[in-house]
Write a protein that binds this ligand. Structure first.
Ligand code: ADP
Length: 291
């Protein structure tokens, strides 16, 4: 499956409204796509095991999307084969008073992946050029007045490019995914949350109000992707009207990312290696346990 068509490494000509939300990659859901997802989940488990043992690279998966685009479902379904010991999910919500008393990257830092680990950011520092831009929340961020100007967004894109380059140069691989859902499909999913009692808990009136700002969000996403898609930390625009397809694509992106890394199980140090036969014999020769 080709993921290049969904990957933006240079955002200059990126146009969000030209990008499909309903793509299915020409695949059949039942059979072909389901099978490919299962295969990727197995492959991911195998690669994660090696990532963990190798203990040099960390993976930062940044998931951004409009409400009901399927972030939670993608995490639940695509990551289900991973060893929980090596994966952490961090959701980013409205910042606390303590968080707004710091620069906007401060709250992300403790949640970056350790070497050998995968960290999943369910929303991220990108909210600070999305919701904060759409709703003009800069004043609530306690920034010095002199620093608040229309230039701030371009400055933040530059800061984020620099931050992600810093991470990349320190062995943290940054994988950015935007789940691209249509306004129509979002409406359908929000209605389901209202009509299906089992899904009521997911419903928030705020999500309905946010729909009024759809176009402003699309503009903010477009400018953000234009300003922060780089060769080292590209954006992947994943069509999200069909959940089965978006999950498959997310799994494919992760598999390809991990496969591109020079991962290997560490070799035993020569001394232990040369003594393996001896240790083996010691175990075999242990007196049998009578308890
Ligand atoms: P989700 O929609 O991710 O499942 P919630 O329904 O709790 O989770 O929504 C989290 C909310 O927090 C979103 O509306 C998001 O825009 C908001 N949020 C996240 N980061 C920030 C931020 N830096 N400033 C303001 N709001 C933020």
């Amino acid at each position: 499956m080709k993921i290049d068509t969904y990957r933006i490494t240079d955002g200059d000509s990126f146009s969000i409204r030209k990008f499909p939300t309903k793509d299915d990659g020409g695949l059949e859901r039942y059979g072909e796509a389901d099978l490919a997802l299962e295969k990727n989940i197995e492959e991911l488990a195998r690669l994660q095991d090696m990532l963990y043992a190798h203990n040099q690279y960390g993976i930062l998966l940044v998931l951004q999307a409009m409400d009901a685009a399927g972030k939670d479902g993608a995490i639940k379904h695509v990551m289900r084969g991973l060893n929980p010991q090596g994966v952490q999910v961090k959701p980013f919500k409205v910042p606390s008073a303590e968080e707004t008393d710091h620069d906007y990257l401060w709250r992300c830092q403790p949640h970056l992946p350790a070497r050998g680990n995968i960290a999943i950011f369910n929303r991220s520092y990108y909210e600070d050029v999305l919701v904060v831009k759409v709703h003009q929340l800069l004043e609530e961020q306690n920034l010095p007045d002199q620093l608040i100007s229309p230039k701030v967004w371009k400055e933040r894109y530059r800061q984020l490019r620099d931050y992600e380059r810093y991470l990349t140069e320190n062995g943290i691989v940054v994988v950015k995914i935007f789940l691209h859902v249509s306004k129509k499909k979002q409406e359908k999913r929000l209605l389901e949350r209202i009509d299906n009692p089992d899904k009521n808990w997911k419903f928030s009136g705020g999500d309905v109000h946010e729909r009024k700002y759809w176009e402003q969000y699309m503009d903010a996403y477009e400018e953000m992707i234009r300003g922060t898609a780089t060769k080292d930390a590209p954006w992947h625009i994943v069509p999200a009207d069909r959940k089965w397809f978006s999950r498959l694509l997310v799994s494919e992106i992760l598999v390809k990312t991990l496969k591109n890394l020079p991962l290997a199980y560490p070799e035993l140090d020569p001394e232990t290696k040369s003594s393996l036969a001896e240790y083996r014999q010691m175990l075999v020769d242990e007196p049998s346990d009578r308890s």
